[in-house]
Design a protein around this ligand. Structure first.
Ligand code: PGA
Length: 247
């Protein structure tokens, strides 16, 4: 594992954007799974700055949006794909055709999940997954108890996830979601995990230094051979091993 601890949220965002830029320069046609949530917003903002200055381009890359709420279409206020579009795709000149989303509005959502998995397979698997971590150690919407072998599927969101997602819009979010599976995440050739803030410190400590267990899905990433973790000091405050890379 490569651990980078930045001073604060902005430092984490800049470090993550630099890391992603280097990755995409080496592999412009990468297939990248992107998460939503507050954590990557600053990183996406910095990436859009790099795109507008011609420092990088996502023209040849393909993207996967890793989660959506059940019963929600892209035009819905609480759509996570809509969020990704506003925070990353539009500012970074990435078009809809480049992005595979989870079809929350599908009349056959389980089939939509299976199609999503097949799409990743057809693309040759993921080159990079960019994820945040939930306060309960979830990854995507893989809540505690998710099997290591799980694939894209419908899940019931944990109460803590529903509560924290309420604050995104000041509106209740659906109780069920569609998520990329743990197996698909772990099969990615590289994983970039981001975390910011003291409220992530316990989850991060359990994920990186606790036992690897399905009770803390993020801890399953420990077994991955190309895991990079970029966090800020507040999120890292409970880590025993702090290989500090101050920024
Ligand atoms: P956040 O969500 O980035 O808004 O903290 C992360 C997550 O729940 O996975």
């Amino acid at each position: 594992m490569n651990l980078v601890i930045a001073d604060d949220y902005d430092g984490m965002s800049l470090a993550a954007a630099d890391w992603i830029s280097s990755f995409v320069r080496l592999k412009p046609d990468a297939t990248i799974a992107l998460t939503t949530g507050n954590t990557p917003i600053g990183c996406y903002r910095e990436l859009s700055r790099k795109v507008s200055h011609g420092e990088i381009s996502f023209r040849n890359a393909s993207f996967i949006c890793t989660e959506e709420y059940l019963g929600v279409s892209p035009s819905d206020k609480v759509s996570l794909y809509g969020w990704l579009k506003r925070s990353f795709m539009s500012p970074c000149s990435v078009h809809d055709q480049q992005v595979c989303r989870m079809e929350g509005e599908s009349a056959e959502p389980q089939q939509a999940c299976e199609q999503f998995s097949r799409h990743i397979h057809r693309l040759g698997g993921l080159d990079l997954v960019i994820e945040g971590i939930g306060r309960n150690g979830h990854i995507g919407f893989n809540e505690p108890g998710s099997f290591v072998s799980s694939r894209a599927r419908i899940v019931e969101l944990a109460a803590i996830t529903q509560q924290s997602n309420f604050h995104y819009w000041n509106e209740e979010v659906p109780r069920y979601g569609l998520t990329i599976g743990m197996a698909e995440l772990l099969e990615s050739r590289h994983i970039l995990l981001l975390a910011s803030g003291e409220d992530k410190a316990i989850a991060l400590q359990l994920a990186l230094e606790g036992i690897s267990t399905e009770a803390v899905p993020a801890s399953l990433l420990q077994n991955h051979s190309n895991l990079t973790v970029i966090v800020d000091q507040a999120a890292a405050s409970r880590l025993r091993a702090r290989e500090r890379d101050e920024r």
